[in-house]
Design a protein around this ligand. Structure first.
Ligand code: DX5
Ligand code: ZN
Length: 216
């Protein structure tokens, strides 16, 4: 079993309420991709859209911050009501921030703290954070755009995080994001993934419910 988190980036923004209902009815988590055009080469949506979704959301919200200086927005996302909040280690590295301080800030706001990394982030720099977080978001594409092709090397990275968590005896969630679909969901779960993000596979399908059920 893994929790299915449809990425609202692929939703129909002219009929957002309809796609919010899909998640409420059939999925487990709202995945919200926040991009600033600086950490990643794209801009997505911001607080007005997140606040609108929050009013209708009956499932927990998971904000994936692809922004520089994520620490500036932790409180605001907590206020909107997200249950999970992740930031990129690439953002912390870029700005000389201590990830542990951001993790503590997220937790002090009563939110589950996660770190996200792109497919080329060195595992030896990631694994020391396994005992420090509630979840780790392993990107299976380079952050910035929906609809990209799943990178096969992801399986080994998920296994490495799972092995480290088992070795230390800690229980964390492992979230995989990018190009996830019914074609790779089972293999990802077998490697240890517990949260699967899927945008295009769910919302560009004629039958989002069936896709979600297949991935489960
Ligand atoms: C990419 C985002 C993903 C993306 C997933 O930067 O973090 O959440 O929306 O979309 P698909 O499932 O289409 O790859
Ligand atoms: Zn994402």
């Amino acid at each position: 079993m893994a929790l299915i988190a449809p990425s609202m980036l692929a939703a129909d923004f002219l009929n957002l309420g309809k796609d919010v209902d899909v998640v409420n009815k059939y999925a487990d988590i709202f995945h919200l991709d926040i991009m600033d055009g600086t950490l990643v080469p794209n801009i997505s949506y911001g607080f007005p859209v997140v606040e609108a979704m929050a009013k209708k959301a009956e499932k927990p919200m998971d904000a994936h911050l692809m922004i520089v200086h994520p620490e500036k927005y932790v409180e605001r996302f907590a206020k909107v009501g997200v249950s999970y909040l992740s930031f990129h280690l690439e953002a912390a590295d870029r700005d000389g921030l201590d990830p542990k301080e951001i993790i503590a800030l997220i937790r002090s706001n009563g939110v589950k703290a996660g770190i996200a990394v792109n497919p080329d982030y060195p595992l030896e720099k990631l694994l020391p954070y396994v005992p420090e977080v509630d979840f780790i978001l392993i990107m299976s594409v380079f952050a910035g755009f929906g609809g990209q092709k799943f990178i096969e090397g992801t399986y080994e990275r998920v296994k490495a995080v799972k092995a480290e968590a088992d070795r230390l005896g800690v229980k964390i969630d492992i979230e995989v994001d990018g190009g996830v679909s019914p074609a790779n969901a089972a293999a990802l779960k077998q490697c240890g993934a517990t949260m699967l993000v899927a945008g295009s596979a769910v919302f560009k399908s004629d039958n989002p419910r069936e896709v979600i059920e297949l991935m489960k």
